[in-house]
Design a binder for this molecule. Structure first.
Ligand SMILES: [Zn+2]
Length: 223
């Protein structure tokens, strides 16, 4: 079975556009990523930039760098910009009538700061209270990873994950926490290597019920 679902991806994109949460992108260019001629054009432009910067690309070690970086960005680091890569979500009816919070903790977040193009690395915690639908648990990790694999700001990324989960899980009762180290803080300006940045998004019962809310806050601090 194909692990991608472009139809669902397009639906989620409309939801993000409506919620004013889509990344600033030029969609017609991303659509050309499948085209080898376009990848060659990206290689040439990136090689030109590196040479203009002062790197000698005729050197053995650097010769293939533009090609490597373009492939890496398009296929791995920024694959989440292309909705053709949106994960297929296998859902089933909640026939067990499980109605307690389900919590996935320690989800890896490897993203990229869109202001400096350096890594944002951390962990996410996701909780939801199933209504009529439950999803395969690894799908939560895949949704987090899809939005992480874009040039990002943490506040937008967590909102994208949150509204997407509310939509696919068909419930408001969703909570997301992301705790991450931004390598632009490590490498630039204040050069602080230990600062962890925690963002939280709570919906439905996680917002209204003080016990659920407090417990989720506490759990998010220790991911
Ligand atoms: Zn940054």
């Amino acid at each position: 079975m194909n692990s991608k679902d472009y139809e669902l991806g397009k639906k989620i994109q409309q939801l993000l556009i409506k919620s004013n949460l889509e990344n600033p992108i030029i969609e017609s260019n991303i659509a050309k990523w499948q085209d080898s001629g376009y990848l060659q054009e990206l290689n040439t432009k990136f090689a030109d930039f590196l040479q203009t910067l002062g790197l000698n690309l005729s050197n053995d070690s650097l010769m293939k760098t533009p090609d490597r970086v373009v492939k890496f960005w398009v296929n791995e680091l920024f694959y989440g910009l292309d909705y053709k890569n949106f994960p297929r979500i296998s859902a089933q009816k909640n026939s067990f009538n499980y109605t307690s919070p389900l919590i996935s903790s320690g989800i890896t977040v490897n993203s990229t700061c869109e202001h400096h193009l350096v890594s944002i690395c951390g962990k996410a915690i996701v909780a939801y209270i199933p209504s009529n639908k439950i999803v395969g648990l690894s799908k939560i990790n895949r949704i987090v990873d899809f939005f992480a694999k874009r040039p990002q700001v943490q506040e937008r990324m967590i909102r994208q994950v949150f509204v997407t989960l509310q939509d696919v899980l068909e419930t408001q009762d969703v909570a997301v926490g992301i705790n991450a180290i931004h390598n632009c803080i490590v490498l630039r300006g204040v050069k602080d290597s230990a600062t962890e940045n925690l963002t939280l998004e709570l919906g439905g019962k996680f917002l209204d019920d003080d016990v659920l809310k407090d417990n989720f806050y506490q759990a998010s601090l220790s991911i």
